[in-house]
Design a protein around this ligand. Structure first.
Ligand code: GDP
Ligand code: GDP
Length: 435
């Protein structure tokens, strides 16, 4: 698991500009007004050979000043709980402000490393003015300009100094299952139902993770770690920043887990956020399962109902047609084991290894059925292919002109692989190399 650095501070100091500079993308919307929704708050970056995740806590604060202090308080607590280093961003253009002081005093309550980032220090004069922020009571103060990038190198040197030593991943790790999904879909209910069930035994395996929110489960002779994405919310009664909280937990859980289990409320259906989360998990090549919960509330079910729901889900995410769907009722303990059984299927599918001779026979047949097209007067040819790794699976194809391979042929290959070998719930990576 990568260390986490979070960026906190009042609105408009330049948190998201700074975040974007760090993750090297210009995806988030930068806007002068308060309360603009940003589309990215969690990303990965690296410096001096260290990789770490970075959270932008902006964009989650309520925009009315009377609730802002409650919002900031929660946000800072979540950031503290979830991260190893905190960057308190302030604005040298406007100078020190009562909200800066409020955030600083919350941060001083815990002893996590805090670095004050004096942003908008675009010129010499402003860089000198930055020293007024020593008043916030932290030793480390770095004037930077997020717009030009000036000063960010020295700041990152310091951040990396504070990162905890990365622990090597133990061999033969217990698979981690993460229940993700929007608030109120039933994640905690399912989590608790499984932990309380007498067919599953809660065990105590040392050293599985430094995160206390995970539980170990023994079921059907196998061990699992359940990653709880809702637990802290219950514990600290987060109210203002549910969205921030669940985004941070979800992003973290997706990176940490082996199998991402998306819980959807059958009555609420699928939305853009569910789609985004699934695609994110696919991007990280996690095993995938979709759970339709609250099945007890679906009226007038007949033999076709499951099929109709499945069609509805797949029409939302056509490229994820290979992800299995299970229907459950966490409230009534109905079919909750199917979630673990299906997760186990996906775990096994993800480990699958196809022998090179078998795969090349398959390749030959596939190419025979639908020959590769001509491109720029030349016949495209795949001469050889092999599975280079499993868990997650990666296939490598050697061909004469990889850049000319049409996307629909690529899709055709993936479909054929799935028809032949399954890989239920498992994203497949295919690389095409010049031979
Ligand atoms: P956030 O609310 O803290 O995330 O702040 P934003 O990143 O949205 O930035 C607020 C405003 O400050 C935007 O207009 C940015 O262009 C501007 N800004 C951010 N960084 C700098 C900087 O280094 N110098 C100057 N002059 N403006 C900046
Ligand atoms: P979370 O925010 O995703 O952890 O959701 P919770 O587990 O807190 O559940 C939210 C609400 O949905 C609670 O009132 C639960 O009792 C209810 N709920 C959870 N699972 C089911 C279910 O299978 N059927 C019904 N009818 N309600 C459920």
């Amino acid at each position: 698991m990568l260390p986490v650095v979070s960026i906190v501070g009042r609105p408009n100091v330049g948190k998201s500009t700074f975040f974007n500079r760090l993750i090297g993308r210009r995806k988030a919307i930068v806007h002068d007004e308060y309360g603009v929704t940003r589309d990215r708050h969690y990303g990965e970056t690296f410096w001096n050979g260290r990789d770490f995740n970075i959270i932008d806590t902006g964009g989650y604060l309520p925009d009315e000043m009377n609730v802002i202090s409650a919002g900031i308080r929660e946000q800072v607590h979540i950031a503290l709980e979830e991260s190893d280093v905190i960057l308190l961003v302030v604005d040298v253009e406007t100078g020190i402000n009562t909200l800066d002081k409020a955030v600083a005093s919350l941060l001083r309550e815990e002893n996590k490393p805090v670095i004050v980032v004096a942003n908008k220090a675009d010129n010499e004069e402003r860089r000198l003015n930055a020293s007024e922020f020593y008043e916030l009571g932290f030793e480390d103060l770095y004037p930077i300009s997020s717009l030009s990038g000036m000063g960010t190198g020295d700041l990152l040197d310091k951040v990396v100094e504070y990162l905890p030593e990365s622990q090597p991943e133990p061999e033969n790790e217990v698979p981690k299952l993460a229940f993700i999904g929007r608030p109120n879909v039933g994640k905690s209910s399912l989590f608790n139902a499984l932990l309380e069930d007498n067919r599953a035994i809660v065990t105590d395996i040392a050293g599985t993770t430094r995160d206390s929110l995970n539980s170990n489960l023994h079921y059907n002779d196998k061990d699992y770690v359940l990653v709880d994405t809702a637990g802290l919310r219950r514990r600290t009664k987060v109210k203002e920043n549910i969205e921030f909280y669940s985004t941070v937990r979800t992003e973290k859980a997706i990176r940490e887990c082996d199998i991402a289990i998306l819980i959807v409320d059958a009555m609420q259906g699928f939305d853009a956020q569910d789609k985004r989360v699934l695609k994110e998990a696919e991007k990280f090549n996690k095993g995938l399962v979709i759970v339709l919960n609250k099945w007890d509330l679906v009226p007038e079910k007949d033999t076709n109902t499951v099929k109709e729901f499945e069609e509805y889900i797949y029409s939302n995410v056509p490229q994820l047609y290979y992800v299995p769907i299970v229907t459950i009722s966490a409230l009534n303990n109905k079919r909750i084991h199917n979630v673990l059984d299906m997760a186990e299927v996906v775990i096994q599918e993800r480990k699958k290894e196809i022998s090179t001779s078998d795969f090349n026979d398959f390749l030959e047949n596939m190419l025979g059925e639908k020959p590769l097209p001509m491109k720029r007067g030349q016949q495209l040819k795949i001469t050889y292919a092999t599975q280079v790794k499993s868990e997650p699976p990666v296939f490598k194809f050697f061909m004469n002109s990889p850049h000319d391979l049409p996307p629909n042929y690529r899709k055709y290959i993936e479909n054929k692989i799935r028809q032949q070998y399954g890989f239920i719930g498992v994203p497949i990576t295919m690389v095409f190399r010049q031979k």
